[in-house]
Each structure stands twice: as structure tokens, then as C-alpha cells.
Design a protein around this ligand. Structure first.
Ligand code: GAL
Length: 381
């Protein structure tokens, strides 16, 4: 256990005092638990704390969110994302290496890892059955990014991370430079701003792949979370979870989350798209124009009172209910990464868009700048 220091949120010190002893609301992971060098680059753990005592810990290994301490309705703080306590644990992660990172160059799946751009065919690495997933086995999630912490004019702080992905990496064309900025605002929002440029035409779809559990522990299932998704339709897939190209209505299906509904209520439903995915693992087509920023989903856990609102300017959101987890990995505080104890809300372009001209355009060309904003906002009720 490498946790060696404790943060006491200034504003909470009085309420956190019991019988004269200061009781810290939570323990952060110490920076030295991530102190290593990978491929010649120094790994860091950065800590952001806002005026309300909310904290985010981020490592430059995979531009990963490691901890996210948010206030619960009873005044306590809960760490609502999966992660590990040391860099060694991240490097050993077995069943799910996608705990918290930015995935890409193309997040989600590309059919057989193939696409054609400007008449030229490309073959990406195959790492998910016969398909390419989350940028491949050497995707952004596995790289050491460069960056540091900056303080903004409004006193909030950001972690700014940059990765230079060389031409041909995992099969993608073009030298691509991507910057991801995590900002923790003083009103309890974690904002992710992405920017990327390329020197040759390429495809891009980075997304944040955190597993959330608003209980603050995987001892309790995320099936109790009440979810609302602002989407009238989704993109059905084949058995390999590659979109067929159809945009199907959610109406009358267990994918209809337009009214707040417990995740577990219909998760075992006898509905073909859910049998293929072994639960929820689909791309919802958000009810807004591509590029328009708006609310994608609201997640609420009655036991803690924590509400998370996911907003994005992306056209889609993959909601994945942790169907492939087997509990073999041990995360922070001994939490097992078990079946359906973490849920991901990946704001994104549609899966396999490079092979679907009818989907939003995933191509980035020299001279253009790719941008994306995703906000995870926290409150209680
Ligand atoms: C999700 C994906 C799932 C699974 C998971 C990683 O984004 O939709 O099918 O691959 O990542 O285990």
C-alpha cells in the first residue's frame, strides 16, 4: 500500500473533526506510487483538488483518470472511478486494461481493422476477435503522455497531456499530435477537452474510458444506478459488435432510457442486441446535432445520492455495463473489478464510422483541428 498522505479539504475541516481529532474525508494516492520510467519516459501522477474538496488524480500513463473523489449526499466523499493504487498494478492489469484511460486513435471498434481513405486501404492491428478495438494493443491508453498541471485564470486547475502518435502506429496513417486537458472546476465538473492535428489524412475518435460506480465501491453493483440517456435511437451491431449501419429506434426496447430507469431492470431482457452484447454495450445516437454541446446522460445512485451528468459535443455515446468483467483484478482499496460493478459512458463518434459514409465523418486532414469536449458533472440529491 503506497498511500502515504492524506488530504483534508479546507472547507470541510470543521465538519470532519470528531472529538478533537481531524478525520480526513479521503485518502489520495501518493505521487511516488507512479514513480517509474516506461520506454524512456517518466510516469507521473497528478492531483487536482477544487474549492469544494472534490479531487481528481490523473496519470500521464494512458492519460488516465485514477481517482475521482466526489461528495455524496451525507457529506462524505466517494471515489467513483475504477483504478489501481500503483503503476505496477496498471501494468499488470489482466482482464481490463481500459480502466480510466483515453483510448484511441479510434476508440471503439473498426471492422476487421480495415478502412479505405482517399482510395488507399489501411490495415490496423487486430485486438478484439477479428476487429480493432480502442486504438489497438498499443493504443493511446498504453502510452506515456507528456504534460503537467496548469492553474487557470479562475483558479481552477488542469492537467494538460500531449501525445505524438507516429505515422503507421497501429496501422494509422499520419503523424498525429493529440492534447487532452482534464480540468476540475470549482463547481464539481471534470471537463475533458481534446485537440488533435495531423500531417496526413487519418481517422480519429478518442474517448475517455472510465468505469464509474457511484456507490464508491465495487462491493455494490451498478445495476442499482438510475440512468437516463437522451437518445431516441442506437446503432445495432453484428455479433462482433460492429454496427450494421442501421439506426434503430429505442422505443419499445430495453435500450429506451429516455425516462430514468434502473440499469438492472431490463439488463437480462430477451432482446437480440442485448444478448449479443451480454448486457448493455451499445452506441446511442444522441438527440442533438453533431458538434452541438448538450446533455447525453444522467446517472443517479439512490444509496449515495450522487448524480453524474454526462455532456458532450459528440454525436454518440457508448454505454457499457461491465459485462466482460470477471473480478480477477483487484483495484483500489481491495475493490474487485467484478461483473457489472462499473459502467462506462464513452462520448464518441459512432463505432466503425470509417466504414460507414452514412455515419458522422471521422476523417481529420492536415490543416484541420479535431476538437471534442466531454463533461462529467457531479451533484447530489
Ligand atoms: C467498451 C466496449 C466493450 C469492451 C470494453 C473493454 O468500450 O464497448 O465491448 O470491449 O470497452 O473491455
Amino acid at each position: 500500500m503506497k498511500r502515504v498522505f492524506t488530504y483534508v479539504a479546507g472547507a470541510l475541516m470543521l465538519t470532519a473533526c470528531t472529538t478533537g481529532t481531524q478525520k480526513a474525508p479521503y485518502e489520495l494516492i501518493a505521487a511516488d506510487a507512479f514513480d517509474t520510467t516506461l520506454n524512456g519516459r517518466s510516469v507521473q501522477l497528478y492531483t487536482l483538488v477544487n474549492k469544494q474538496g472534490m479531487a481528481a488524480q490523473i496519470t500521464n500513463y494512458g492519460a488516465r483518470l485514477v481517482s475521482l473523489w466526489v461528495p455524496a449526499a451525507d457529506g462524505s466523499f466517494k471515489d467513483v472511478v475504477w483504478g489501481y493504487e500503483t503503476i505496477a498494478d496498471y501494468l499488470d492489469a489482466g482482464t481490463d486494461v481500459y480502466s480510466g484511460p483515453v483510448v484511441g486513435r479510434y476508440g471503439n471498434r473498426i471492422n476487421k481493422g480495415q478502412f479505405t481513405l482517399d482510395g488507399k486501404s489501411y490495415q490496423l492491428t487486430i485486438n478484439d476477435g477479428e476487429n480493432h478495438l480502442h486504438g489497438g494493443s498499443g493504443g493511446f491508453w498504453s502510452k506515456v503522455w507528456q504534460g503537467g498541471v496548469v492553474t487557470n485564470a479562475d483558479s481552477s486547475q488542469s492537467v494538460v497531456l500531449t501525445y505524438e502518435s507516429p505515422d503507421g502506429e497501429e496501422g494509422y496513417p499520419g503523424n498525429l499530435t493529440i492534447t487532452v486537458m482534464y480540468t476540475l472546476t470549482n463547481d464539481n465538473q471534470l471537463v475533458l477537452n481534446y485537440e488533435a492535428t495531423t500531417d496526413a489524412p487519418t481517422v480519429i475518435n478518442p474517448t475517455s474510458h472510465s468505469y464509474f460506480n457511484l456507490h464508491g465501491t465495487t462491493a455494490q453493483s451498478t445495476n442499482s444506478h438510475i440512468l437516463q440517456i437522451n437518445a431516441d435511437s442506437f446503432t445495432p451491431t453484428d455479433a462482433g459488435l460492429i454496427p450494421t449501419g442501421e439506426i434503430a429506434p429505442v422505443e419499445g426496447t430495453p435500450l429506451d432510457f429516455r425516462q430514468p430507469t434502473a440499469i438492472g431492470e431490463r439488463i437480462e431482457a430477451d432482446f437480440e442486441p442485448m444478448k449479443l452484447a451480454k448486457g448493455y454495450d451499445h452506441n446511442w445516437v444522441l438527440n442533438k446535432a453533431n458538434g452541438q454541446f448538450g446533455e447525453a446522460a444522467v446517472v443517479y445512485e439512490p444509496a449515495t445520492g450522487i448524480v453524474m451528468t454526462v455532456s458532450t459535443d459528440q454525436p454518440g455515446m457508448q454505454f457499457y455495463s461491465g459485462n466482460f468483467m470477471d473480478g480477477k483484478d483487484v483495484g483500489k482499496r481491495g475493490d474487485l473489478h467484478s461483473f457489472r460493478t462499473g459502467v462506462a459512458f464513452e462520448t464518441q463518434n459512432f463505432p466503425d464510422a470509417p466504414n460507414h459514409p452514412e455515419f458522422p465523418n471521422p476523417v481529420l486532414r492536415p490543416g484541420e483541428t479535431y476538437t471534442q469536449t466531454c463533461v462529467y458533472a457531479f451533484s447530489t440529491k
